[in-house]
Design a protein around this ligand. Structure first.
Ligand SMILES: Cc1cc2nc3c(=O)[nH]c(=O)nc-3n(C[C@H](O)[C@H](O)[C@H](O)COP(=O)(O)OP(=O)(O)OC[C@H]3O[C@@H](n4cnc5c(N)ncnc54)[C@H](O)[C@@H]3O)c2cc1C
Length: 403
């Protein structure tokens, strides 16, 4: 692995760093921090004011040409090199900012799926507004009885004239209450084997017959939703790929989702914040930063975070040598979200009873550690639970027999 950067790459980093520091501070306030705490999850956007700040930040990213460095120029992206993309990730995560402004799902997975498998008309209609943030996207995959076993989904669509008519229910749809468009997986052939009767639709969230009910999470935020479909008519031209072959399209989306999954958690920043916390906290009657147990824990977390970063660089090196990213991206997602959870749980242990107070004078740092601890578990479930990632690594990377 080559750790050196060219003078052009160093200059790119310096310009980007200066831009991010200035613009995130202007968009989000003096701390310059992207969202509540440093989980950088869109589910943490607690209120309309915070959402407006995020949209403002998104528009700034767009105007500066940073919003989609990884998209090809022909689709409105920056066509940046893999090294520039990696530098962008380093810098954004250092500040705890969201990687893709307000439109994470559009920019990291849905847009790329449309370049790969959409029609020319779909590319022309949707890609530009994803970039500007004029149209926010959400992902309607999971159902009450279809999460890990996604292919078991039951939301039904039948063809009537020039439309699909959709009936059923999705759940855990992040951002559905703020989104303008959705990618939706529906069953179009109930007689076919389960992976073969699914189709992939693009749905306008304002279509009559859709009801969106926010779900309140353990954090108290309402970032995801139940979505009900009652005779929702979706034009046939909104089908991506072929009818009944939507599973292949959905896999492309999941692949892009997992690729970004490990890189969007700013674990190193959270560990740095933990180091600041132990400097002002006591543990077992002594300053926490002098306690051997605390010091060992932090050293362990820091070493693991460094391994995570190095493993990202290793994957980058292999891509620079022309290899395609494989199921190893499951490792990044699994390791980053589990480490993030352990760091948050350790902060909770350190704070003792204060870890349970999330507002008022007794709340430590405005309750941000409490919020982080409560949110961290969800990140190990979203985009495929840790158990599912273990299965993928076991079967596809280590070639173990199927369980
Ligand atoms: C924060 C968050 C955001 C989300 N956002 C979205 C979204 O925007 N759109 C969307 O469609 N969905 C979203 N989801 C849903 C998410 O994809 C599902 O929660 C996830 O796939 C797990 O499905 P499930 O909840 O139905 O659990 P289940 O699949 O019922 O799993 C229950 C438990 O069983 C384990 N398990 C299941 N199968 C296996 C197996 N084969 N081997 C070993 N263990 C297994 C699981 O790991 C889990 O611990 C979100 C979830 C969270 C937490």
């Amino acid at each position: 692995m080559d750790f050196s950067y060219t003078p052009q790459e160093d200059a790119f980093r310096a310009t980007l760093r200066e831009w991010l520091e200035k613009n995130s501070a202007e968009a989000f306030g003096s701390k310059g921090q992207g969202l509540g705490g440093s989980t950088a999850s869109l589910l943490d956007v607690r209120d309309d004011e915070r959402w407006a700040q995020l949209l403002d930040y998104h528009r700034r990213l767009y105007r500066a040409g940073y919003v989609a460095l990884h998209w090809p120029k022909q689709y409105g992206g920056a066509g940046a090199t893999l090294v520039e993309q990696s530098i962008y990730q380093d810098e954004v995560l250092r500040l705890g900012l969201p990687l893709y402004g307000a439109n994470q799902l559009a920019l990291d997975r849905i847009g790329p799926t449309i370049w790969l498998m959409g029609t020319e008309a779909q590319k022309k209609r949707h890609l530009p507004k994803m970039l500007t943030g004029e149209e926010i996207w959400c992902q309607g995959y999971s159902e009450p009885n279809a999460g890990s076993d996604l292919a078991g989904l039951q939301t039904r669509a039948v063809v009537e004239g020039d439309s699909f008519v959709v009936n059923g229910q999705k759940v855990w749809t992040s951002l559905a209450h703020r989104a303008d468009w959705q990618v939706l997986l529906v069953r179009t052939d109930p007689q076919a084997p389960k992976h073969k009767g699914i189709s992939y639709l693009l749905v306008d969230m304002k279509t009559p017959g859709m009801t969106i009910r926010p779900l309140v999470q353990i954090t108290g935020d309402a970032g995801f939703n139940e979505v009900f479909y009652d005779n929702v008519r979706v034009p046939k031209e909104n089908l991506v790929g072929e009818i009944n072959r939507g599973w292949e399209v959905s896999i492309a989306t999941l692949m892009y989702e997992r690729l970004s999954g490990g890189t969007r958690h700013p674990v190193e920043r959270t560990i740095n914040e933990l180091i600041e916390l132990v400097k002002v906290t006591s543990f077992e009657g002594m300053p926490a930063h002098q306690h051997a147990y605390v010091r060992q824990k932090i050293a362990q977390f820091a070493a693991e975070a460094r391994c995570l970063r190095l493993s990202r660089y290793r994957s980058l090196t292999s891509q620079l040598r022309g290899k395609v990213p494989g199921p190893e991206s499951s490792f990044g997602k699994l390791f980053a979200t589990e480490l993030n959870l352990r760091v948050a749980m350790f902060a909770d242990e350190l704070l003792g009873a204060y870890g349970n107070i999330d507002e008022g004078l007794a709340a430590v740092e405005g309750g941000s550690w409490t919020h982080r601890m409560l949110a961290a578990r969800g990140l190990t479930i979203a985009a495929g639970s840790s158990e599912i990632q273990h299965n993928i690594i076991g079967e596809r990377v280590l070639k173990l027999p199927k369980g």
